[in-house]
Design a protein. Structure first.
Length: 151
């Protein structure tokens, strides 16, 4: 099994389990004299089986990510951490850029005038740089996921 396949299966299990939990909730109680549309105990058993598989997948994915070199002497785990950091920085700089906007709502001399302390074009350059780094790293990660076998 390739790493990418394990990641896809893990994501599918998360969705299935969310659906199962909703179904369990919907069938956890019924009006006296009625019976549930689905047997909650069977749904719980299915959920538990899914969670066993989920745990196995997560362990294998983590082991594979930590043992597989990504390039430049770093592991896939390190590359994922870097991608997460780039994403957080990108969002932060987008918020900074939004903060540099000044709306022209002055109606008289006595009203407050705002001036920028940060140049939006400089912030935008950083946003573009981070977006490019993130995109390139993510593309490389996605590609390697299809070439690496699950440990």
């Amino acid at each position: 099994m390739k790493l990418a396949e394990a990641l896809i299966e893990r994501a599918e299990l998360k969705k299935k389990n969310a659906n199962l939990l909703n179904r369990i909730s919907d069938n956890a109680k019924v009006q006296e004299g009625d019976s549930p549309a689905e047997e909650p105990k069977e749904l719980i058993e299915q959920y538990e089986r899914n969670m066993e598989r989920f745990l196995w997948l997560v362990r294998k994915i983590n082991e594979t990510n930590s043992k597989t070199t990504f390039g430049n002497g770093i592991s896939i785990s390190d590359a994922i951490a870097l991608r997460e950091c780039l994403g957080a920085k990108h969002r932060a700089y987008q918020n900074i850029y939004t903060s540099t906007k000044i709306s022209a709502r002055r109606y008289g001399q006595s009203e407050i005038k705002f001036v920028r302390c940060i140049e939006p074009k400089d912030v935008q350059k950083q946003i573009d740089k981070l977006a490019k780094e993130y995109r390139e790293l993510d593309t490389k990660l996605q590609g390697i996921n299809w070439t690496v076998d699950l440990v």
